[in-house]
Design a protein around this ligand. Structure first.
Ligand code: SF4
Ligand code: SF4
Length: 376
């Protein structure tokens, strides 16, 4: 399985998404819309005939962006703006900014002013998710988005277009879930860095091309020898981690990865969209049903309860929180989640990460020590 042709292709695409995206655009002649945040209804972008691509830039050096942003903006925001200002996102025809944290909202203004892609959209999602009025408002906001996409596409986006896109994305989510569940059961069989490549490519590849590769990979689960017999069972939690080196570190420290609760991982594909009824309502309901990230409020879904359920189900021995530097929403969330893990006597470690260069030596020392305490 580690030698799978599908896996080799996905690993190559994961190194530099722009290579794939430029080729895809030349081949199809279609437009690409970038988006921030997993709360974006990608299916609507797909249904309008565009390719939805998540913007996840990782740069070591920030210079142009620092003229526009405070140095305490999170590195995802800084790095993405830097990539845009350097012309590295030239394959984009537009960008969608869902209403999440303050940094993303302000980035939207700076982006519109300085990058001037033909399409720019602020999707003003509700913060409070548990009331009927929030749901009604959300449905209205998604219909407004549909109209914006139709104007840009120059054609209507029918319910049938939306249903086809929903089916395609549900298939992708179900394949990713199947592979992740297998990983939790047999963590010695898929290298953490390979799992990263499978999920990372889902964030930007056309699902029509990604699904067959995932299917091929999933059909080979169980073939060949495990890359290692066992290892301490680690679980990653946090927001965004677009750092393949973190996954390499887990492996080099002799640990196994049994699951995650990241926005660039499980949270991206955990919830399906219902294929029944009005597709806009189904998309709204998926958003309301999702475990809310700390930028949203839903007292009916306890984030810590859900995290604990998944951590326990995966037989986790230790949780590693990955906190993106200067990400306030997740920094405020962390003490409460840690306290709940402490109460259950589940050890955890906090690692602060950045989009660009990482202090890998120091991180490896801390992770190795954490793993060793569990081994002993
Ligand atoms: S952590 Fe929240 S705001 Fe950030 S990408 Fe995930 S859902 Fe969006
Ligand atoms: S990582 Fe945190 S601060 Fe940065 S955009 Fe996401 S939620 Fe906002």
């Amino acid at each position: 399985m580690e030698k799978s042709k599908a896996l080799e292709a996905l690993k190559e695409y994961a190194i530099d998404p722009s290579v794939y995206l430029k080729k895809w655009k030349a081949k199809t002649g279609k437009k690409i819309l970038g988006y921030f945040c997993t709360n974006t209804p990608e299916e609507m972008i797909q249904a309008a005939g565009f390719l939805p691509v998540r913007i996840l830039s990782s740069r070591d050096t920030i210079s142009l962006a620092s003229r526009h942003l405070q140095s305490y903006s999170c590195s995802l925001v800084q790095s993405s703006l830097e990539a845009g200002l350097r012309g590295e996102l030239s394959y984009l025809d537009g960008t969608v900014f869902p209403h999440t944290c303050d940094s993303i909202q302000r980035l939207s203004d700076i982006w519109a002013e300085n990058l001037r892609f033909p399409f720019h959209w602020d999707l003003v999602l509700p913060v409070k998710l548990h009331t009927e009025s929030a749901r009604t408002y959300l449905i209205h906001e998604l219909r407004r988005f549909r109209k914006g996409l139709e104007d840009f596409a120059g054609r209507p986006v029918s319910d049938e277009d939306l249903r086809k896109a929903i089916a395609l994305f549900n298939e992708n989510r179900s394949l990713l879930k199947e592979i992740s569940r297998y990983q939790a059961q047999y963590p010695g069989r898929i290298r953490p860095s390979n799992l990263y490549a499978l999920i990372k490519t889902a964030n930007f590849m056309a699902k029509e091309e990604h699904n067959p590769l995932l299917k091929e990979f999933a059909s080979q689960l169980g073939d060949g020898q495990p890359f290692r017999p066992g290892g301490v069972r680690l679980f990653l939690a946090g927001s965004v981690c677009d750092q393949p080196k973190i996954y390499d570190l887990v492996e080099s420290c002799g640990a196994s990865l049994v699951g995650d609760d990241l926005c660039t991982g499980w949270r991206y594909f955990a919830e399906d969209v219902s294929s029944a009824g009005d597709p806009i309502v189904s998309l709204a309901d998926r958003f309301v049903r999702k475990v809310p990230c700390p930028c949203k409020f839903n007292p009916e879904i306890d984030r810590a309860d859900r995290l604990l359920q998944r951590v326990k189900a995966a037989g986790t021995q230790g949780v590693v929180f990955l906190l993106l530097k200067f990400c306030d929403p997740h920094a405020f969330d962390y003490p409460y989640l840690k306290e709940r893990l402490d109460k259950e006597k589940i050890p955890s470690l906090l690692l602060e990460i950045e989009s660009g260069g990482l202090p890998l030596g120091a991180m490896e020392t801390r992770l190795r020590a954490f793993v060793e305490t569990m081994e002993s």
